[in-house]
Design a protein. Structure first.
Length: 202
């Protein structure tokens, strides 16, 4: 007989994306970001019960245009998946996307949560596609996926509020990107020399 513990549904904070950063390494533009409030009690319970949970991040690099719609320069879809192995007492994390692939095993809950919620050094475009005189910005959205879980979890968890959980689109400040730019994070308390990047007011 299968027993699964599910906590009562309560109103919780909506997930959002913060600390969006952009920079270059070699000839590639990379980005960083962090998802907050991505784990509610229902998600945590599902993970502890062995349900594979995935966050899908939709990342876009767009060029700002004043007279027409902003231009999509490049995009990347990053998928973070966590699966708890109750026999070995370990969490298996994987990250996949264009030019992105890694797997990590941890026993620590805080470690897997940080891995799931953090985008770091994600490739988004080649610097050859950028113009120093143009303005660009990163646009990102996150979704929680539970569509590909097996029986009986697909029935047991289909009614829970996190089944279609998603974070609204978030944008970085407009940037003038120099191909020689060093990767940096937009952290307001830790100012970084900006010789190669120019933040522009919206």
């Amino acid at each position: 007989m299968l027993f699964i513990v599910i906590r009562p549904v309560v109103a919780e904070a909506s997930p959002s994306l913060v600390n969006i950063g952009v920079g270059t390494k070699g000839k590639i533009v990379f980005m960083n970001a962090r998802l907050i409030d991505g784990f509610n009690d229902s998600v945590m319970d599902a993970i502890e019960n062995g349900v594979p949970i995935a966050f899908t991040f939709l990342v876009e690099l767009r060029q700002k245009n004043s007279l027409w719609n902003d231009t999509l320069v490049s995009d990347n879809t990053i998928k973070h998946t966590i699966k708890y192995d109750s026999l070995k007492k370990i969490y298996r994390f994987s990250e996949t996307g264009k030019r992105v692939k890694r797997k990590i095993i941890t026993r620590n809950k805080e470690n897997y949560q940080k891995l799931m919620l953090t985008l770091e050094n994600i490739p988004i475009a080649s610097t050859r596609r950028l113009n120093l005189n143009k303005k660009y910005y990163i646009r990102i959205k996150a979704n929680l996926e539970t569509d590909h879980i097996w029986f009986p979890f697909n029935h047991l968890f289909s009614f829970l509020p996190f089944n279609n959980l998603e974070a609204a689109w978030a944008e970085s400040s407009p940037l003038s990107i120099n191909p020689d730019l060093a990767l940096l994070e937009n952290k307001p308390k830790n100012k970084t020399p900006r010789d190669n990047i120019k933040q522009l007011k919206k």
